[in-house]
Design a protein around this ligand. Structure first.
Ligand code: NAI
Length: 258
């Protein structure tokens, strides 16, 4: 059995993953705003620094894997927090935890992306470049010019940037070269409190009209099964992949994406 960090462990997909890992006999370090082992606010630099320290101390310097599921949905006016949690909450944590992951053999990291990264229109390419260059303030200013759709654009931009960051890092000496498998899972709509909040908001009708060919939403437990597979020895050869699990939306909207 191993030791795994799960961020966003208090709700939705993160909670389902933490349950699965515990049942399988692993030790889980849950991180979230509340109701978990490590309470931290990933939207602030101090929160992210404190999170790294607390997780390293709790893990005793060795982590067999991490699931980065903490995330903020496209909430209006919160573009800066969306970028901070969904992007910086992943990259600053993983950079800080990398030595502990390298200390394990065959460590696995699964980052929650989203199929919206590929299917949302109007995401400024320059914003993605700025995000990957570490200039999130200018990126958010640029995103906020997309009036009316700034929040969904910020969400898609944060998920696109985090997926690109993962694919770039995944193949580097410090990651693949150190035996750490870094991969992304990109779900479509999954029935969790995050999706519920969107369905119940003023944009609910828009969310409902989003085409899902299989005509149902995913469940947190279905996603947790894919994620635990991506943490298992079956995934030793999986590196730098973005696994889309979305009921067919991506194939419908981007048939030439491959
Ligand atoms: P959720 O809202 O049920 O769970 C997310 C968790 O992240 C919550 O417990 C929340 O407290 C935590 N979190 C938010 N801000 C935080 C902060 N500043 N510091 C620490 N923790 C914070 O959402 P869900 O649906 O389980 O989402 C998990 C991941 O999957 C997210 O990254 C989301 O973007 C992604 N995703 C979800 C989809 C869906 O339809 N539910 C679709 C595609 C991606």
């Amino acid at each position: 059995s191993g030791t795994y960090l799960v961020t966003g462990a208090a709700s939705g997909i993160g909670l389902a993953v933490a349950d699965r890992l515990c049942v399988a006999g692993h030790r889980v370090i849950g991180l979230d705003l509340r109701d978990v082992d490590v309470c931290a606010d990933l939207s602030t630099p101090a929160g992210r620094r404190g999170a790294v320290e607390a997780v390293l101390a709790s893990a005793g310097g060795r982590l067999d894997g991490a699931v980065m599921a903490a995330g903020l949905g496209p909430a209006k006016g919160r573009e800066d927090s969306i970028v901070a949690v969904n992007l910086l909450g992943v990259i600053e944590l993983l950079e800080g935890l990398r030595p502990a992951l390298a200390a394990a053999t065959d460590a696995k990291v699964v980052v929650l992306g989203s199929n919206s990264a590929a299917t949302t229109p109007f995401v400024p390419r320059r914003a993605i470049r700025l995000l990957l260059d570490g200039d999130d303030e200018r990126a958010v200013r640029l995103i906020r010019r997309r009036r009316g759709v700034a929040a969904p654009v910020a969400y898609a931009a944060s998920k696109l940037a985090v997926a690109r960051w993962c694919r770039q890092r995944a193949v580097a000496d410090e990651w693949a070269g150190a035996g750490i498998r870094l991969n992304v899972i990109a779900p479509g709509p999954v029935l969790t409190p995050l999706l519920r909040a969107q369905l119940d908001s003023s944009t609910g009708a828009q969310v409902r009209s989003f085409p899902v060919p299989i005509r149902q939403y995913g469940t947190p437990h279905q996603l947790a099964d894919w994620i635990t597979m991506m943490l298992s020895p079956s995934a030793d050869f999986l590196v730098g992949s973005v696994l889309t699990v979305d009921g067919g939306t991506d194939a419908l909207l981007r048939p030439d994406g491959w």
